[in-house]
Design a protein around this ligand. Sequence first.
Ligand code: PEP
Ligand code: MN
Length: 368
Amino acid sequence: MLVIFQADTPADGHELKSLLSHLEQYPDVKAQVHRVQGALRSLTEVYLIGRTDTVSKEGLEGLPGVERVVRISEKYRLIGRHRAQVESVGFIYNGVQFHQDSFHVFAGLCAVDHRDHVAKTMKALKSAGVTTTRMGAYKPRTSPYDFQGHGAECLPYVFELAGQNGVQVVAMEVVHEAQISEIRSALEKAGKPTGVMLQIGTRNSQNFELLKQVGQQKEFPVLFKRGMGITLEESLNACEYVASEGNRNIVFCLRGVKSHLGEPHRNLVDFAHVPVVKRLTRMPVCVDPSHSVGRRDKGSDGLYDLQHAAAQGVIAGANMVLVDFHPDPSSALCDGPQAMLLEELPWFLDDLKIVREAYEKRRARATT
Ligand code: PEP
Ligand code: MN
């Protein structure tokens, strides 16, 4: 059961105290208090765990400050929308808002390879007015002989160049808990010129120990990439692991699923699931056309397949696009064949603007 207090009710005020004393008559029910610092509003929510079938919903609704009481299903207890009874409040990180109506493009390098490539990419982002990027320092590769990323060594210049170019959030994959501390200390040493969103890659989507570690810290939000070979339900449960450890600042990323039916693309594009995840959960949804399509092929209409895939996600209401760009894809040490060219960034952004505006028009005409 979930008790939601009216907006801006303090977590230590008399409203909460009266709820807790009301609950004393139910010794088999435990209360867990959560303060949600949302992008749209701040909320105090209390989860009631245990024999809640005996608890009167009306009794709770009559208590001071209580806005709503929801009987929740076991599934996705913290991340779920529970049949639209719970709203998505989102979060603000390093000055950037993330919620189910926001829209950001995280364009950047799949992997940090050379300082010069990072510098060129950051500069291109600045001139295009983009303040969010992707840069992989730790790369999970299929072959042990492939480039594994520069790791902690590259963090100082990535953060410094991000800060110099006004980049506020860098999405960066972690494949081991120790890397969270490496990122934290590199950011601190650099004077926190930027922020990091910790990415959980598709290959680690059911690495429950790693999920718990990113969930136990609240400093960095989490970008969770759907498992490529598991059900959507299993991926959403993985996000519930993160949330149940304390961190609810999660963005869910669709990145295609493994299937030979997807050929000639790298993965089968699953962006029709954008509205599904927004309906089932409170998480903003991201799409990654680069790792879905996996190649820089142009259609007969002059648009890249990956632009079409990105458009499919955005027209369906995606809140974020994660996309690979590179100043010189032929020399990239990871995923060069799917990177768009830096000089194509303004075109890519313009194209997405058209699609986002179309989505907003569609939404305005929809009846709810
Ligand atoms: C990536 O975004 O760099 C990546 C490895 O993606 P995925 O985990 O979706 O394959
Ligand atoms: Mn990649």
